[in-house]
Each structure stands twice: as C-alpha cells, then as structure tokens.
Design a protein. Structure first.
Length: 163
C-alpha cells in the first residue's frame, strides 16, 4: 500500500513533521464535555474554513459563548459569530511585528482555562477510542467512523454522569 491509495487524503506539515491523512473538526460542550458536532476533512483543509460548518452542526442556543483556539481566528469567523448571535470567545492570534497586548494575553489565558474540557474530550477520543488514526479510506467512511466514536463517547459519558 502506498500513501496515494487514498485519493481523498492529503499531506500537511506541522512544524517540520509531515502528516498524511485526515483531520477531525469537533465542537465540544465546555460545561460537560459532550461532543456536539463535527466532521472529517483532508488534513490540508484549514480550520478557519470549516468554522461556519462546525457552528451550524452544533445546534447552539442563541447567546452561547463560543470558545475556539487560535486556529479559528479570523475576521470572517468573528463576523459569523456576531451575525448568528453568539458571543465571541475565539482566542486572539499574534501577527508578525505586532505582539499581543496584555489584555489579549489575559483573554487567551481565560479561554484556555475553560477549554481544558474540550481538549480532554478530544484526547479521550484519540486515546480511548483509537481515533488518532483513521481505520478506513475515504471521507465518507471517515465521517462515519467519527460519528460512531462520538456516539459511543457521549453515551458512555452520559452513563457515567448518571451514576
């Protein structure tokens, strides 16, 4: 098998290390850690372009506070949140020759302190459900694998919380 066997997968470089495959975009409830929505894309698809689709999949209440890491930082995504009536909790990203202000740094730290439940849920999917690597080829099968893993994860979390 060669890497080119999967026509829908793509290469991406993180740091100096190349990766081949897919990326999962997930929306997680910051209060309880349930996965609200998500989908799989080729690895080279930027997070910023998938933000609106992710928000639409999540079925959030109006006035929800949407937290997101720097990968989703863009004026377009901030406008999407405003237009849909959500509070903007996207971390601020520093740009070349313009470091973050003290207020922006504090804002980012506050968001990070709440997002640990989100990251913990994603970590559990990767480690506990072996979702750090796709078992199947193709976006359709990848999205089905994500759906099955997320369903099992949410059901197990609900059963534990009911105890």
């Amino acid at each position: 098998m060669t890497y080119s066997d999967d026509n829908e997968a793509a290469w991406i470089k993180k740091g100096k290390r190349p990766y081949y495959g897919y990326k999962a975009h997930l929306s997680v409830d910051a209060k309880d850690g349930y996965v609200l929505g998500g989908h799989v894309t080729p690895a080279n698809v930027a997070d910023t372009t998938e933000f609106e689709k992710l928000i639409n999949e999540s079925n959030l209440h109006k006035d929800s506070f949407v937290l997101a890491d720097k990968g989703y930082a863009s004026e377009k995504n901030r406008t999407i949140l405003k237009d849909k009536g959500y509070a903007d909790g996207i971390m601020t990203k520093a740009v070349r020759n313009k470091p973050l202000t003290l207020i922006q740094t504090i804002f980012n730290k506050l968001i990070s302190s709440v997002r640990y439940k989100v990251e913990r849920s994603i970590g559990t999917l990767k480690r506990g459900y072996q979702f750090s690597r796709m078992r199947y080829k193709g976006l359709k099968k990848g999205n089905m694998e994500l759906l099955l893993n997320v369903t099992a994860f949410n059901l197990k979390k609900a059963a534990i919380m009911m105890e």
